[in-house]
Design a binder for this molecule. Structure first.
Ligand code: NAI
Ligand code: MG
Length: 355
């Protein structure tokens, strides 16, 4: 398996280095034969090549079996004409990574005030309110006069259908419960179509229980009783916001794994941003990117019919749980270790695991 690693900005290089060590250890322990290839994206690439995406990188990534993308300082990137491209949007769009799968679960030994839960947010990833990707040409935000802005939201039948199918398939492998999150009382046409398509897709999966909840009420429901949810499907921006909440409810935003999946490619990506407030201090939690990488290995194993990749993914997830329970983790999840030492703890647990 050939994986391209793009560390990114802020805490990106620190959490990527920890993730890289875990990947190497997993590759050795499970004989995965993983080869990695690292490139700069974000500010480092902008400085070197005049673009946040270096020349030829898309072709390199297209030829690889998977991609690990660290967070980028996307807020800094304002003008694509000046090479300031959002790497996250660039790969989601160019590799057509339409489903963003974001599991959130509680861990033994980690304080949580809401009781145990285990859910997955499945977020549409290619259209919706995201102005930098919902138009063929131009941008979905228009400055009509200096005082008037129009922000367009694109919802297509095709994108609703494929995200609905992805969510149903995942729910059937889990507890067979799908919750559609929307705002169809206001966005009657777009989210009305989204609900109809999700419900229609779900009819093809016998035994799948389906409900739907308005996105604002969902914020209360998920805080009140997160264990009532299994798979949650939503449009792009609602899913983005909700999944930061579910990650934090599970213990920390730094725990939110995320896999961007398309028909041919997948990209592991931390659910959080580049966290400039803690960058360079060896305190960032690397688990989000490590768990995302586990999702990437499981995806590759399923696609290629190689169960050892699935075993490696389960072992990494188990090692994260063990590390949390034994306090070998960063401060945000109750430990005392730095980023690098936390990565090393996962390596040690993997190497001591005789399974
Ligand atoms: P953020 O997600 O970077 O940080 C929010 C808060 O969570 C901060 O207090 C941060 O210290 C903390 N946090 C985040 N990740 C953590 C980790 N692994 N361990 C411990 N604490 C962690 O969001 P913020 O500050 O709004 O955005 C910073 C930059 O990241 C902006 O330029 C933004 O545009 C960008 N961003 C990039 C994303 C990506 O590349 N996928 C996604 C979200 C934001
Ligand atoms: Mg986000």
């Amino acid at each position: 398996m050939r994986i391209v690693v793009l560390p990114g900005d802020g805490i990106g290089p620190e959490i990527s280095a920890a993730t890289y060590n875990v990947l190497r250890a997993a590759s050795e322990h499970f004989q995965l034969g993983i080869q990695t290839d690292e490139h700069e994206v974000g500010h480092a690439s902008l400085k070197q090549f005049g673009s946040t995406i270096p020349p030829g990188l898309l072709e390199t990534v297209q030829a690889a079996d998977g991609l690990i993308l660290g967070p980028a300082a996307t807020f800094d990137f304002k003008d694509e004409q000046r090479g300031e491209i959002n790497p996250s949007k660039y790969f989601r769009k160019n590799l057509d990574l339409f489903a963003n799968v974001r599991p959130a679960r509680t861990y033994p030994g980690l304080r949580n005030r809401l009781g145990d839960f285990d859910l997955v947010v499945v977020r549409e990833n290619t259209e919706g309110f995201y102005a930098d990707r919902n138009m063929e040409q131009g941008n979905g935000e228009i400055l009509v006069t200096s005082d008037v802005v129009i922000s367009l939201r694109r919802i297509t039948r095709h994108c609703c259908e494929r995200i609905a199918q992805a969510a149903c398939q995942l729910a059937m492998r889990r507890r067979k419960h799908l919750t559609i999150v929307h705002k169809a009382n206001v966005l009657k046409i777009g989210d009305g179509m989204f609900i109809d398509i999700c419900r229609e897709a779900a009819r093809g999966y016998p035994g799948l229980e389906v409900d739907d909840i308005l996105v604002d009420a969902m914020m209360a429901h998920v805080v009140r009783q997160p264990d009532r949810f299994d798979v949650i499907v939503s449009t792009n921006m609602f899913g983005d916001i909700l999944s930061d909440l579910t990650a934090e409810l599970s213990g920390s935003l730094g725990l939110g794994g995320s896999l961007n999946v398309g028909a041919k490619h997948a990209m592991a990506q931390a659910a959080h941003g580049s966290a400039p407030d803690i960058a360079g201090r060896d305190i960032a939690n690397p688990f989000s990117l490590i768990l995302s990488t586990a999702l990437l290995l499981a995806w590759h194993g399923e696609r290629t019919g190689a169960p050892r990749f699935e075993s490696a993914a389960r072992a990494i997830e188990g090692a994260v749980a063990t590390a949390i329970q034994s306090g070998r983790a960063t401060k945000d999840v109750g430990g005392k270790l730095g980023t690098a030492a936390t990565g090393q703890a996962i390596v040690d647990i993997l190497q001591s695991d005789k399974a």
